[in-house]
Design a protein around this ligand. Structure first.
Ligand code: PLP
Length: 404
């Protein structure tokens, strides 16, 4: 008789964004005359920049001719892209990362969900709370956690590291030593950033205790402050304890194009085995390469024109972030994030729960955000707004919230 993977049944039913979607649809049906503005989901709204469009057109044209046609891409990525990444994202910043330590993929969601496969199921996992849900859910699916605890509203057997106002939305080194530590900076959902000195403490802790840090730097392009590291490899000793995940979604608008990469240094060895070789084996077995056309578009991200155009695009979103941050602060909200990240994290007013504030904003301002409790129990009492809307809609939404 066929059985299913019972670990999947541990996952609580309703997914955050589908609940939000249902509530918004119901409100719109009842109030067809109202214009609802979403500052909720973290998807981008600006079109691909000209340098990327040109590269896509060029690659499509190549595919039209036998002499320049490309079939299966190399499993680990085309050399032209791996070299451009290694140079621009790492070597030019003084980080020791080589092209053959880069694994090109279809995005950071897949990589952040799949990376756990190369580790034993007996490893103990630590995550921030609130957290990007993929890290936890994929470890649940793999059987690396206990059951869902309805009292604590999280999973047994996972080390949750609370990130709240009291600790500046930064996790503290856990007293119970985990094996795998997921860190994401700049952070989704809190918008917090970590300084190089603070991150160095995590690297030292991981090296001392034999942990592996899985460092998600999907929002690296939004860093504006000097002392905030763009990569964990800026820290001394990171090559022996850290894996880094990156995405082209938020720095270049590739949410619908799909491209990302993982870095695993060759020195990273656990249990006597090179994690680089394990991930190469996994990638080669289960992934047939990101499309040539998309990798050519990725290469254009690092061209002079691409860099200049993307700097403006990130600047456009960060103008929204500043607007939301400054105007809501002036209006008396307790606001954080929005300086090195496209997310603004606010405390709900009048002790409302995250969902109460969601309903209140939807009904009274026709603005949609994301309830903090959807990212973990320590997100309760908080609310996330994103800077990925158009400037005009962001302005309108903030005016409405201020006038409440
Ligand atoms: N990691 C974090 C922290 C994210 O917030 C997101 C997307 O919202 C991703 C990864 C997924 O990125 P990608 O579009 O490359 O799959």
């Amino acid at each position: 008789m066929v059985t299913v993977n019972h670990n999947y049944l541990k996952l609580p039913g309703s997914y955050l964004f589908s609940t939000i979607g249902k509530k918004v649809r119901a409100y719109k049906e009842e109030n067809p005359d109202k214009e609802v503005i979403s500052l909720g989901i973290g998807d981008v709204t600006q079109p691909l920049v000209p340098a990327i469009i040109d590269a896509l057109h060029g690659a499509v044209e190549e595919m039209a001719h036998a002499e320049t046609f490309h079939g299966y891409a190399p499993d680990l990525g085309y050399e032209f892209l791996r070299r451009a990444i290694a140079k621009n994202d790492y070597q030019d910043r003084g980080c020791d990362v080589a092209a053959d330590e880069i694994f090109v993929s279809d995005g950071a969601k897949s990589d952040s969900g799949n990376i756990q496969e190369i580790f034993g199921t007996d490893n103990k996992v630590a995550v921030c709370d609130p957290v990007y849900p993929v890290y936890v859910d994929t470890n649940v699916m793999a059987g690396r956690t206990g059951e869902y605890n309805t009292v604590r509203e999280n999973f047994d057997g996972v080390i949750y590291m609370p990130c709240r106002k009291e600790n500046g939305f930064l996790p503290e080194l856990p007293s119970e030593v985990p094996d795998l530590i997921y860190l994401c900076f700049p952070n989704n959902p809190t918008g917090s950033a970590i300084t190089k000195d603070e991150l160095q403490k995590w690297v030292d802790y991981a090296n001392k205790n034999g942990c592996v840090i899985i460092y998600d730097a999907a929002y690296e392009a939004y860093i504006s402050e000097e002392n905030v590291p763009h990569s964990i490899y800026e820290c001394e000793g990171a090559r022996t304890c850290a894996i880094e995940l990156r995405s082209f979604s938020k720095n270049a608008g590739f949410t619908g194009v799909r491209l990302g990469f993982t870095v695993i240094p060759k020195e990273l060895v656990r249990d006597g085995v090179s994690l680089h070789s394990l991930w190469a084996r996994r990638h080669g077995t289960k992934f047939n390469g990101a499309p040539y056309i998309v990798q050519k578009a990725g290469e254009a991200v690092y061209s002079e024109a691409g860099k200049a155009q993307l700097k403006d695009q990130v600047g456009y979103y960060m103008r929204n972030a500043k607007l939301i941050h400054d105007e809501l602060t002036k209006a008396g909200f307790s606001v954080s994030g929005g300086v090195n990240a496209p997310y603004i994290w606010l405390e709900t007013p009048d002790k409302m729960t995250s969902w109460e504030f969601f309903d209140y904003l939807l009904k009274n301002a026709n603005v949609v955000g994301t309830p903090g409790s959807g990212f973990g129990s320590h997100g309760e009492g908080y609310f996330r707004l994103t800077a990925f809307g158009t400037y005009e809609n962001t302005l309108k939404a903030i005016d409405r919230i201020k006038s409440l």
